[in-house]
Ligand binder design. Structure first.
Ligand SMILES: [Zn+2]
Length: 288
């Protein structure tokens, strides 16, 4: 299709998977016109990433909104109320419970020594993930939540379960030496994920660090209604196991595990654990 460029691999050949012809609630809130509106989800024929191709009118306005996601998403509702509600869900109804179990059991297998274990969650949001992680590891892991939205960050400081950095994650010397960095439903908000992930790799402990990433699944297009929140204007990409693996590989990471999961909330998710290739080469595995 014309005028397509994949924002992950810059290939220009794409296949349209879905056409949406009216602005979503976020676009309506910033005055994007419904007249002649066309937004497309386009699969890159090279790397397989599905790109959200916005009309120019919307693209120009939505950039600011993407970095202040919670401003609109929590409109009229209180972050703390949402936190209490989600924390009270029974484990079989909670996306976060499954996520926390997955992360802990993987880390227990991968890291022989988990003393002074440092965790950073980028885009901590309501803090449910880190709270459950802290609870289930008896507070033994040193956890940092990074959250740009001031209201969400204030809420995170108030619950006082882990350290909080209020602001956008920017990489660099303030964020180094982590054994585990988690990105739960964050990467799809970032238009150019490769340079971002390169910074994240620099935040890992160079000998003993892994990344856990969750992104929305391409299959959302086939299996969920077109007005699903995941298919809205704020999200830049959808992934499948191959395209997520490609992206991680581009940033110098090796895949340790990649899979699809249908979350209790109905979300279709692809997740991966990955580590810097050089670190894996030096890792000593126990042998018989
Ligand atoms: Zn591509």
């Amino acid at each position: 299709m014309k005028n397509f460029e994949c924002t992950v691999c810059h290939n220009r050949e794409g296949k349209e998977l879905l056409l949406i012809n009216k602005p979503d609630r976020f676009e309506v809130s910033i005055g994007v016109s419904a007249r002649g509106y066309e937004r497309r989800w386009v699969e890159c024929l090279e790397c397989g990433t599905v790109n959200n191709v916005l009309p120019d009118d919307s693209l120009n306005r939505i950039a600011a909104l993407r970095s202040a996601y919670y401003e609109v998403d929590f409109q009229g509702s209180d972050v703390s109320q949402k936190y209490e509600l989600v924390m009270s869900l029974p484990p079989d109804q909670s996306d976060n419970a499954g996520r926390v179990n997955r992360v802990i059991s993987f880390c227990e297998r991968w890291f022989e020594n988990r003393s002074n274990f440092k965790v950073m969650d980028i885009g901590a949001g309501t803090g449910v993930f880190l709270s459950r992680l802290v609870d289930q590891t008896d507070g033994k892991w040193d956890c940092l939540g990074v959250e740009p939205d001031p209201r969400a960050a204030e809420h995170l400081k108030r619950i006082d379960k882990f350290r909080v950095h209020e602001g956008l994650y920017s990489g660099g010397a303030d964020f180094v030496g982590f054994n585990l960095v988690t990105l739960n439903k964050v990467l799809e908000h970032i238009e150019h994920p490769e340079p971002f992930l390169r910074d994240v790799v620099e935040s890992l402990d160079s000998e003993n660090g892994i990344i856990y990433i969750e992104v929305p699944d391409t299959m959302t297009i086939d299996l969920r209604p077109p007005n699903d929140n995941i298919l809205g204007a704020l999200h830049c990409h959808l992934y499948d196991p191959r395209s997520l693996s490609n992206l991680l590989h581009m940033t110098g990471l090796s895949i340790l595990s990649v899979a699809r999961v249908a979350d209790p909330s109905g979300k279709l998710t692809v997740y991966a654990f990955a580590a810097p290739t050089q670190a894996i080469m030096r890792k000593e595995f126990p042998h018989e």
